[in-house]
Design a protein around this ligand. Structure first.
Ligand code: 1YM
Length: 641
């Protein structure tokens, strides 16, 4: 498939002014995502060179300033011969002209561009990176010598320079994004590291290194087994136990390239990561839909053919996929991405391509590996039975609530008179004494209080049936009135907002995390609907003269003292030991009163990241869990005011 490139193959098309005028059209925006897009563009060119079989190594360096990056590969080196018409080196043409038919012409329509190695669109993104960089240096080694060419905001600074003799071949692109284009030019090392690690899994055998000069850490990634290694890692970090030893693996490359690994685990979730042309598709899309349907049909066929379906239990697609962990990677010619963050694949033809590829091979695999198939089917039947048990448990709670017309609410709930209406709120409060202050301090019309006694069960890996055996959580589900698990219906929620109110200390954070885990795992819809909030009670009261300030934490306290402490005034600082210690009036003023309080709305920022953080926080390993909560509580879920 590879042809030898010569300079005449490049058509001179357009200058780079449009890129600087409307950067968003080319890289999606100038936020942090746009900034990192520059790295992905150059990285993609290096990966293309590896996929074409010429490069075996890619090195990425984040320089000490944190705002400039180098990407290097050991491929052929970008051609430097002179273009016959323009008499300019190919390297210069590639870096200074916008390429037609390239990745970006369909960006406005939501497209991300072509699968470059298939479409021969090698290198189209480099000029965009050049246009948006205050400085870019391209170094090429080929034919026994090293060459360099420098640019500023996309324009050459001097000619191609021969640096001297050099061994081997390859390309290095150093660039420093233009701060007049990007409001923030600091790269996030973790974002880069993660992308590189995934890249090494998606291209088996490729050696990828990340040299972070900011913190002087080096990472090297190389995976001989590619996706199979990736799957192992995902399963290990999620501490999910596989129910069969070897994963199902599938790879095909005839125009439409697909790679897939699947393994069922004891976890109660389905966890599939998908990629299109090496780009993560966190919101799924047609390729994932095709995978799900193909897989469901294959398993169902197998179960039906061998009459394995138990009597009295119907197996749903969700049962079939419970505990399924997998990675899907496809490469296609003209991917169309959709959604606010362009992370969902929209090409309709891909669905049947994936379905059609997966279904027969998976069914064949099950028939050929009967003991694996048996373990998978047993897992599926278990999922169906657990689901029916959960449904029965959840229904019995809702039924109890609904019988007699009057609500059978938990005795310890102090309801508000206007529940169900706009502005109504349920505060979930830790402990009876805090509950007491909250009860006295609240607005009785709109604010209900549910005190929780004792520890809430860790819902991370528990089934809903198990969770509802926990009195505290069962009471909570009853008070909310909207059901839990798959039958959770946010339109039935008895309050407009559900607000978690815990002490501002580490115990309080722990309880908040446990409750969030419960909501995340069993009432996801309430979070998705933006109905779950976290209250921010103060930790300190600071009196300076006649003024009173409230500080949420130590940083806040320092900030207030710095800002308001003038002359030789002496502050009087009180640290609250807990909410129960606070006068009801003070609790109202600082935490309950909608006019003066601060609320954080709980949002799921990135489902995969959230899943991982929750798993890390709440999974089996208890020791790191606690530290994690202290350090990372704010990261676990994106909190928005
Ligand atoms: C750090 C980024 O861009 N590597 C790279 C790019 C090219 C080649 C090799 C290359 C391709 C071809 C022939 C070919 C590019 N070539 C072009 C163009 N790394 C990085 N490595 N010889 C070398 O595709 O035929 C654009 S990029 F336009 F010349 F084909």
């Amino acid at each position: 498939m590879t042809t030898t490139y010569t300079a005449k193959d490049i058509a001179v098309l357009e200058g780079l002014e449009p890129v600087r005028k409307r950067p968003g059209m080319y890289i999606g925006g100038v936020s942090s995502a746009g900034l990192h897009h520059l790295v992905w563009e150059i990285l993609d060119n290096a990966v293309d060179e590896a996929m074409n079989g010429y490069a075996t190594e890619i090195n990425v360096t984040l320089h000490a300033d944190g705002t400039s990056v180098s990407v290097a590969d050991n491929g052929r080196g970008i051609p430097i011969d002179k273009h016959p018409k323009t008499k300019r080196p190919a390297l210069e043409v590639i870096l200074t002209t916008l390429h037609a038919g390239g990745k970006f012409d369909n960006e406005a329509a939501g497209g991300h561009g072509a699968y470059k190695t298939a479409g021969g669109l090698h290198g189209v993104g480099a000029s965009v990176v050049n246009a948006l960089s205050k400085e870019l240096v391209a170094t090429v080694r080929r034919d026994g010598a090293a060459y360099e060419m420098r640019f500023k905001i996309g324009k050459p600074v001097g000619d191609l320079k021969k640096l001297g003799p050099a061994r081997g071949s390859g390309t290095t692109i150093y660039f420093h994004p233009d701060p007049t284009i990007f409001p923030k030019t600091e790269f996030d090392p973790e974002t880069i590291r993660e992308r590189l690690e995934v890249t090494s899994y998606l291209h088996k055998g490729l050696k990828v290194t990340f040299d972070n000069e900011v913190n002087k850490q080096k990472h090297t990634y190389e995976h001989k087994l590619g996706l199979a290694d990736y799957l192992n890692k995902i399963i290990a970090t999620r501490s999910a136990r596989p129910v069969h030893a070897a994963p199902f693996e599938y790879a095909k490359d005839n125009g439409f390239k697909i790679e897939l690994v699947l393994q069922w685990t004891e976890s109660t979730d389905e966890h599939i990561r998908s990629y299109v042309n090496g780009i993560p598709t966190a919101s799924g899309g047609t390729h994932e839909t095709g995978l799900r349907s193909g897989l469901t049909k294959a398993v169902r066929n197998y179960i039906d053919t061998h009459s394995l379906s138990p009597r009295g239990v119907t197996l749903t697609p969700d049962d079939i996929r419970e505990g399924l962990t997998g990675v899907l990677s496809i490469f296609i010619g003209d991917p169309q991405f959709q959604g606010q963050t362009k992370d969902r694949l929209n090409n309709p033809e891909v669905q049947s391509q994936v379905d059609g590829a997966v279904r027969p091979v998976l069914e064949h695999y099950l028939n050929e590996n009967r003991s694996i198939a048996e373990s998978i089917v047993a897992r599926i039947i278990l999922a169906a039975r657990a689901r029916e048990a959960s449904r029965a448990a959840s229904d019995s709670i809702v039924r109890k609530t609904a019988t007699t017309g009057r609500l059978n609410l938990p005795g310890k709930l102090s309801d508000c008179s206007a529940h169900g209406s706009r502005g109504s709120e349920l505060f979930i409060v830790e402990g009876d004494s805090a509950g007491g202050s909250a009860k006295q301090g609240r607005d009785r019309t709109h604010q209900a209080i549910l005190p929780l006694r004792g520890k809430v069960l860790n819902a991370e890996s528990a089934s809903l049936a198990k969770v509802l055996e926990n009195k505290e959580l069962a009471d909570l589900v009853t008070a909310l009135g909207c059901g839990a698990g798959k039958s959770c219906d946010e339109t039935k929620l008895r309050y407009e907002r559900v607000i978690l109110l815990a002490d501002a200390d580490s115990d309080g954070h722990h309880i908040t995390t446990l409750l969030l885990t419960f909501f995340y795992r069993h009432m996801t819809r309430l979070i998705e609907a933006g109905r779950v909030y976290i209250a921010c009670p103060p930790l300190y009261r600071i009196d300076i003269g006649k003024q009173t300030h409230w500080a949420a934490d130590d940083d806040d306290k320092e900030r207030i003292l710095k800002e308001h402490l003038k002359g030789n005034a002496k502050p009087e600082i009180t640290r609250f030991k807990g909410l129960g210690e606070m006068m009801p009036k003070v609790l109202w003023e600082t935490t309950l009163n909608p006019e003066t309080r601060r609320l954080l709305r709980v949002e799921i920022a990135d489902p995969i990241a959230t899943d991982r953080v929750i798993n890390d926080l709440m999974g089996k390993d208890a020791q790191p869990r606690f530290h994690f909560i202290m350090d990372r509580a704010a990261e676990a879920l994106e909190l928005d005011v």
